[in-house]
Design a protein around this ligand. Sequence first.
Ligand SMILES: Nc1ncnc2c1ncn2[C@@H]1O[C@H](COP(=O)(O)OP(=O)(O)O)[C@@H](O)[C@H]1O
Ligand SMILES: N[C@@H](CC(=O)OP(=O)(O)O)C(=O)O
Length: 424
Amino acid sequence: MAKTFVFKFGGASIKDANSIINLSKILHNRLRNHTVIVVSAMGKTTNALEVIISKKMDMKEYSSNITILKNYHLDICQTIFPENHPIFPTLENQFLKLSNALDYSLSKENYDEFYDSIICFGELVASRIVHEYLCLKNIFCLWQDARDLIETNEDFRFAKVNWEKSKKNIKKQLLPKLEQFPVLTQGFISGAASGKTTTLGREGSDFTAAILAACLGAASVTIWKDVPGVLNADPKRFEKTVKFDELDYREAAELTYYGASVIHPKTIKPLANQNIPLFVKSFLDPDAAGTKIHGVKQPNTVPCIVVKDQQILVSFKVTDFTFISEAHLHQIYGELEKLKLRVNLLQTSAISISLVMDNQIFKLEKLTEKLKAVYEIKYNSGLQLLTIKNHNAALVKEILGEQPLLLEQITRATFQAVIQPSAQ
Ligand SMILES: Nc1ncnc2c1ncn2[C@@H]1O[C@H](COP(=O)(O)OP(=O)(O)O)[C@@H](O)[C@H]1O
Ligand SMILES: N[C@@H](CC(=O)OP(=O)(O)O)C(=O)O
């Protein structure tokens, strides 16, 4: 079979009627039979669904939120579809299903499972709309439920991919379709063997594209973004940025690890393992080259700046006058592992261990509960973690200014600092 191309369109690329029209124009000249199109939820739909779930959890009224979300999708459809198009009953049906799913009881115990059963509607609705619109424009493609392709365990919200099963599903269900037509499916959502809906972690649609590409041995993956490619810093935060024409898999993976949100961190590995190139291109300027991520021999020397928000600095001080040892690290990391909490930065001193993590308040409460007998534990929240790869003194000074640092770590290649943003 000819090699497959995977295209992924995120929320920003389908946020309104004009964006969907633009997507169809991008695909018009580029679509071949062996193409998989992966779409996320439209605009900020996933955030809106999260608000509905949290209102349900707090036993607050959420019906107006559903109406707003439904009207948002309906307005888009009314602009791009003729009256009486079958998308309108489909939309009604999807929102009825959403309301029914929200009627199930929700508690702290089933929160993550319930979350996945609701959050998937963003991708399901978006994929129906984009699919119908492409067909309307004579860009014929088939709709596929990603939950029947990507099989995971039941770690709801952060499900782990069963690669063997997923490969089998993809061979059986996706390949025969691709022989005939391009296929459109959803990012982010997946399914457990039990049939329950799972998800791959917020912003996981890039990862979906990589999973499908790896299982199909694809020719390439292209993720369409609102930026010209991968830049040396987020253009929403920094005025002067440099676009990379190409970037090595390792460099790209490292940037995503530090928090460069342009690509989901899990995306690179499956592609690098099979040498599948990843193109990051602009849906606003689709003919421009973008960035090609692949095996590049020459190391990058351009400084890269990454800022990660909503960080928490947790310090564990031993209370029995012993010094910090490997056993303390082992104990703390054991609890972190159990809670699936990831450390973004670690620093030890004679009597304390400092960890920088994403702020996940419920999990941190559990961590404190487990370890408070052995350590005096203190938190600082609302922090930023700044990482500068290929740093130099002038750049560090320019970015930091007079901001007070809570913690600093420097290696030859990387500068990292924890900052209290209110002091900016
Ligand atoms: N190093 C970087 N290069 C380019 N964009 C970046 C970088 N770091 C962060 N970004 C941000 O990533 C955004 C695109 O990613 P994202 O919003 O997740 O796309 P989508 O959800 O549409 O797939 C850009 O708008 C930009 O603000
Ligand atoms: N819709 C999901 C998955 C995703 O990846 O979206 P996007 O491609 O817009 O980042 C989210 O917002 O988390």
